[in-house]
Design a protein around this ligand. Structure first.
Ligand code: ADP
Ligand code: ZN
Ligand code: ZN
Length: 721
């Protein structure tokens, strides 16, 4: 009997030992009993089993062998992710697997055979009158998959089945079809430079930032790079945000590479489909795997290039379980596979900008739109300190909307609500409620009549007047956007207003309906929140109005400014897309704020540098490193008490490490639970992670003794506070 180490999907750090009659390979899926359940496990021979007497071990119940063992490269990625994100390795492994492989049963894949004409079939061409049959017969001179044949003609299946029955066609082993490239555009000079730069590095790890506004031709550069990688017989991984994974994008890839197997992976796939796509990547059959963050775990034995589009997008970070960042894991994969990685964005994250500034990433820039109107929109700042507002709207804004309506042009009203946390500000001198004890800003809690810091937990009374200048008019920033939608309808009674919010856009069908109405000219004013800032194409917009954005200028969340700036750049990019020059009007109390000044100049680089300087001064990422320890319980006091007990046990932190809190999370109450957190910070990522890793046993021991219902989690490189 052999003792075998097995990973299970349970919240415990170690692997488990089982007995089997013979050694098994690492990566082999097996069935074992655990407690009173039967679970799927994965063998890992790199783990030395605990020294337990064999007679106390349970046997492996079954070996799932319809598939080969999971590849070593995946186990290696899982080991890295578990270590980096301080997450149990078993759970990390099961997060990486498609659902079908997590379950305690064997799986069978549909056959992926190829088909080809036999000598008998070659000798019997169909009559020239049947063009469908002729096209299929022609195609079958080469080995073809059933699915590719369907693209030749819809009647492919019937033709294939008839041919198989008559002996004209026979199944042959799978082989990659010859690469076909359709409709390549001639690149402009900057695109060509970008292409050449990456193409020169196809044989080694080289990270690139491709910085270019929406429409500057980034996707075209990706496609032409992909062509080169496919031509070399290698595979490409393309990771994109959920919202950008549209049929239009997949179409564009499929039209460019009609013979290549393109696998599309996202969380809305049926288990079977996802498994098939995953295995096509794993077995080298898929030339391109394009998907949302989970696609970053797809095994690709011939990986030749990694692309992350919209690399700044927050949806790359998983917010529960294994809190991984798909962009960061994508860079790790490129590094491990020794291939280039291309991070594309119109508004790159400060993490990536800092890497480019430091020379770790090479910066490639596309300055202009690839075709069509090249004029950037004009950004106007409406100073609402000197305006009388009618239901939250300034006269020039209402006027501009009415004029656009007269001209039958569609307008977009963008209401910023994300990260809304009422920070106090003085309308006269610009004072804001900064925390005296740390670099964060304090948030107004009216019910408790306090200002509270969500970073370090400090609190104080609400000032009656501005502490800096004595002005009694101290107000929460960014308030009052809630009523704006109704106000718009009252002021523009004839306008056909379409509101886009989370509820109206949760399904693909809802989005299609919205697109249809917009493109059919049935909408005068689109009103919505962050959903509108993403890469949707709403056609020609002559006017974009931005409301409530001041709340993001001085937020308790230090990333709010970065997000706001990126969003406003993206929203402004919606204006004047076709031949109509666009206009952006932004209502603000702070027209002189550097963020708005940079927006007016379309100066991303300048403002990114300013924000990075601020981060450096505060020691916030990317200048420093953070790990959040969150605890939640039905009542706040329990969550806080747990963190306080832990703090007491941790004692003095090593030199260079700091801890802040316990403090309430920005959203204290969520789903009937209340959340507190500790923020660990350090200049050295290695020191921070290493020390925390050493504290995990203590943490787990305390958690076992904590009140019932207490939950805790670690968030490495957190994006949400
Ligand atoms: P991005 O990915 O930066 O938003 P795209 O690659 O989608 O940009 O390009 C935007 C539009 O410009 C698309 O319609 C694309 O077909 C077109 N385009 C891109 N590159 C070129 C080029 N070199 N010549 C002509 N049109 C181009
Ligand atoms: Zn003041
Ligand atoms: Zn503080």
């Amino acid at each position: 009997m052999t003792v075998i180490s097995v990973w299970l999907d349970v919240p415990l750090r170690g692997a488990f030992a089982y007995l089997h009659g013979r050694p098994l390979e690492s990566g082999q899926r097996v069935l074992v009993s655990f407690g009173n359940r039967q679970l799927c496990g994965v063998v890992d021979n790199t783990v030395i089993p605990d020294d337990i007497a064999p007679e106390r071990l349970k046997p492996i119940l079954q070996v799932f062998d319809a598939l080969p063992p999971l590849p070593d490269s995946l186990l290696q990625q899982v080991r890295f992710a578990a270590r980096y994100y301080l997450h149990p390795q078993g759970q990390t492994l099961f997060t990486a697997l498609p659902t079908a492989l997590r379950e305690p049963r064997d799986v069978r894949l549909p056959d992926r055979a190829c088909y080809q004409l036999t000598a008998q079939g070659l000798a019997a061409p169909p009559t020239a009158r049947s063009t469908a049959k002729l096209a299929l017969w022609q195609a079958l001179h080469e080995p073809q998959e059933r699915e590719t044949l369907r693209r030749v003609h819809v009647q492919a299946s019937a033709y294939l089945n008839a041919g198989l029955a008559s002996g004209d066609i026979a199944a042959v082993p799978w082989q990659a079809p010859a690469l076909q490239i359709d409709g390549e555009l001639t690149l402009n000079e900057e695109q060509q430079q970008a292409l050449d730069a990456v193409a020169a590095k196809l044989a080694c790890f080289a990270p690139f930032l491709l910085h270019g506004i929406t429409g500057s031709g980034k996707t075209e550069v990706y496609l032409q790079l992909i062509a080169r990688v496919l031509a070399a017989g290698r595979q490409v991984l393309v990771v994109i945000p959920e919202i950008n994974l549209t049929p239009q994008l997949i179409d564009r890839f499929a039209r460019r590479f009609p013979a290549t197997r393109i696998v599309c992976l996202h969380s809305n796939l049926a288990d079977g489909e996802r498994l098939e796509g995953w295995c096509d990547g794993w077995f080298g059959r898929a030339g391109i795997v394009i998907g949302t963050r989970l696609a970053v775990f797809t095994p690709l034995p011939q990986l030749g290039l990694v692309i992350v589009d919209e690399e700044h997008d927050g949806s790359f970070k998983q917010q529960d379980g294994l809190r991984y960042h798909a962009r960061d894991l994508a860079v790790w994969r490129a590094h491990t596979a020794n291939v280039p990685v291309l991070l594309g964005s119109a508004t790159p994250s400060l993490e990536t900008v800092a890497n480019a500034d430091a020379g770790r990433y090479r910066r490639l820039t596309l300055h202009q739109r690839a075709h069509g109107s090249a004029t950037l929109p004009q950004v106007g700042l409406v100073d609402i300190r000197r305006q009388k507002l009618v239901e939250g709207l300034a006269a020039p804004v209402i006027d501009a909307l009415a004029k656009a309506l007269e001209r039958r042009e569609m307008s977009l009203v963008f209401i910023n609500r994300r990260g809304y946390s009422p920070v106090l500000a003085c309308t006269a001198c610009g004072w804001t409620s900064a925390c005296k004890h740390c670099s964060a800003r304090m948030v107004l809690h009216l019910s408790a009549r306090q200002l509270r810091c969500h970073h370090c937990g400090a609190h104080e009374r609400i000032p009656l007047q501005c502490p800096a200048c004595g002005n009694p008019d101290v107000q929460p920033l960014g308030e009052g956007t809630q009523r704006l939608e109704a106000a718009l309808q009252r002021m523009l009674p004839e306008a056909r207003i379409l509101r886009i919010d989370r509820d109206s856009t949760s399904s693909k069908a809802a989005w299609d309906a919205i697109y249809q109405r917009v493109h059919a000219g049935e909408v005068d004013v689109l009103v919505g929140t962050q959903m509108l800032a993403k890469g949707h194409d709403f056609g020609a917009l002559s006017l974009v109005v931005v409301l409530g954005s001041d709340g993001g200028l001085y937020s308790a969340d230090f990333r709010a400014g970065e997000r706001l700036f990126a969003q406003l750049m993206q929203v402004a990019g919606r204006a004047g897309r076709a031949e109509v020059p666009g206009r952006v009007l932004l209502q603000t109390q702070w027209p002189e704020h550097p963020l708005y000044q940079a927006l007016q100049q379309h100066d991303f680089d300048g403002y990114a540098a300013t924000m990075l300087q601020e981060r450096r001064e505060a020691g916030f990422p990317p200048a420093g490193f953070q790990v959040l320890l969150r605890a939640d319980a039905p009542v706040y006091a329990d969550a806080e008490a747990f963190l306080n007990t832990l703090l007491a046990q941790l004692g003095e932190l090593p030199q260079g490490l700091n801890v802040f809190g316990p403090a309430p999370a920005l959203m204290v109450r969520l789903a009937g639970r209340e959340r507190a957190q500790l923020t660990f910070e350090a200049d050295s990522r290695q020191a921070l992670h290493g020390w925390l890793r050493a504290q995990l046993p203590l943490l787990e021991q305390l958690a076992r003794k904590a009140v019932r219902g207490l939950r805790w989690s670690l968030d490495v490189d957190p994006l949400e506070m």
